[in-house]
Design a binder for this molecule. Structure first.
Ligand SMILES: *Cc1c(COP(=O)(O)O)cnc(C)c1O
Length: 398
């Protein structure tokens, strides 16, 4: 997944162009900036690549999710349905707005189970947020139909899946809004950064203003701008955008390497009895950032992970006990613990996740291993890694 493995001349050139001007701010400073607008340029390139009308670059993927929700008017007490296997940012962004994260089960796609989603809908539900974990997607047709039937928004968290597609459309472009992260370990990186894509001009305008203190961005003089609504500072800097602009230009190069490396490792274990692979919905294509596969049970998965670790194969995730990505270890969410006091409405409406039953998800999480696919491996490293993984998995399964 990590684009940082292949920094090169293009990234350096873009960064130097920003340093030459002294303008690190994405808005204003027109006279000084020698017409260099890296954030704007990356927004145009991203919208073009994702086949959407608009893109808004912001400071992180977490910010992108928060802003996407806010830009569509989601706020206090609104319920957002999301999977229990994701990154903590999903519920952070919802709670930041005083909205309520409603966690539901995943299925063998490793993201939202449409049946579980439908059962969780209440009169307060506003949004369905599938998370394309480890590079692949939920059954987005089914989720779109549920959204249309109930008048809900579809917001795709495509932070780990840039470059993947569903029925010919880029992941992120299928929902009413889509979000990407360009943090330090993502497929393309800005260091820290994120983006929202949408075809809705109102959401774009709201996102642009909300991420810059609510500035209306109509005047030439920043000091004369007014604030139609409250906002925050979720801006990206020109330096970060410069790195991202170079990386985005190289996205297809990175994806091709990812796919080659993924395919090689998948082929190495595909015929081992007891190994099966994550289900990709019909018409979907992963971005190949991880290879996720199932073993027969929790014990086997644990044993394979341990054996891989001991043989020096890094980047193998077993999700059930993972601190960052699965509900089992999210004590802070279960205990409703923040620094200050959460709003009373949030405390009351947030489900009791100590009691909730996620056994259907435990079933999949316990059996799943995900291997991180890097793009910096040499041919020899890839070959020896594939051989080692095959030998280890076969050894444990024998
Ligand atoms: C990385 C990530 C985020 C958050 O992105 P940041 O840029 O690190 O804030 C959100 N969701 C998922 C699924 C992620 O992997």
């Amino acid at each position: 997944m990590p684009g940082f493995e292949l920094f090169g001349d293009l990234e350096r050139k873009e960064v130097n162009e920003v340093l030459d001007t002294g303008v690190l701010m994405r808005y204003g400073f027109d006279a000084m900036r020698k017409d260099r607008w890296k954030a704007r340029e990356m927004e145009a390139a991203l919208a073009d690549r994702m086949q959407t009308e608009h893109a808004q670059l912001v400071s992180s993927g977490t910010a992108a999710l928060t802003i996407a929700l806010a830009s569509a008017g989601v706020g206090a007490g609104d319920e957002v349905i999301m999977p229990c296997f994701t990154f903590v940012a999903s519920f952070e962004s919802i709670l930041a707005l005083g909205a309520i994260p409603v966690l539901v089960d995943i299925d063998d796609t490793l993201t939202l189970d449409p049946d579980a989603v439908e059962k969780a809908i209440t009169p307060n539900t506003k949004v369905i947020m599938p998370v394309h974990m480890c590079g692949s997607m939920a059954d987005l047709n089914a989720l779109r139909m549920i959204c249309d039937k109930h008048g809900l928004l579809l917001l795709e968290d495509a932070c780990q899946a840039i470059g993947g597609s569903y029925k010919g459309k880029p992941l992120g472009s299928i929902g009413d809004l889509g979000c990407f992260s360009f943090d330090y370990v993502k497929t393309i990186t800005c260091g820290e950064g994120g983006a929202i894509i949408t075809n809705n001009p109102e959401y774009k305008k709201n996102a642009d203003h909300y991420s810059d203190h609510g500035h209306d961005h109509i005047g030439k003089d920043r000091g004369a701008e007014t604030h139609p609504f409250l906002g925050y500072n979720f801006r990206i800097s020109e330096l970060n955008a410069a790195v991202g602009l170079a990386q985005l230009a190289r996205l297809d190069e990175f994806l091709a390497i990812q796919k080659r490396n993924y395919t090689k490792i998948r082929e190495a274990i595909t015929d081992i009895p007891g190994v099966t692979f994550r289900r990709v919905p019909e018409g979907g294509e992963e971005n190949y950032s991880f290879l996720s596969f199932f073993l027969e049970d929790f014990e086997t998965a644990k044993a394979v992970q341990k054996a891989l670790d001991e043989s020096g194969v890094d980047g193998c995730m077993h999700w059930l006990d993972n601190n960052w990505h699965y509900i089992k270890k999210w004590e802070h969410l279960k205990n409703k613990t923040s620094l200050g006091k959460l709003p009373q409405e949030v405390i009351e409406k947030l489900p009791d996740y100590h009691q909730a039953d996620f056994s259907a998800s435990d079933h999949w999480m316990g059996r799943t291993l995900s291997l991180l696919i890097k793009i910096g491996w040499s041919e020899e490293e890839l070959q020896s890694r594939a051989e080692k993984i095959r030998a280890v998995v076969q050894g444990v399964m024998a």
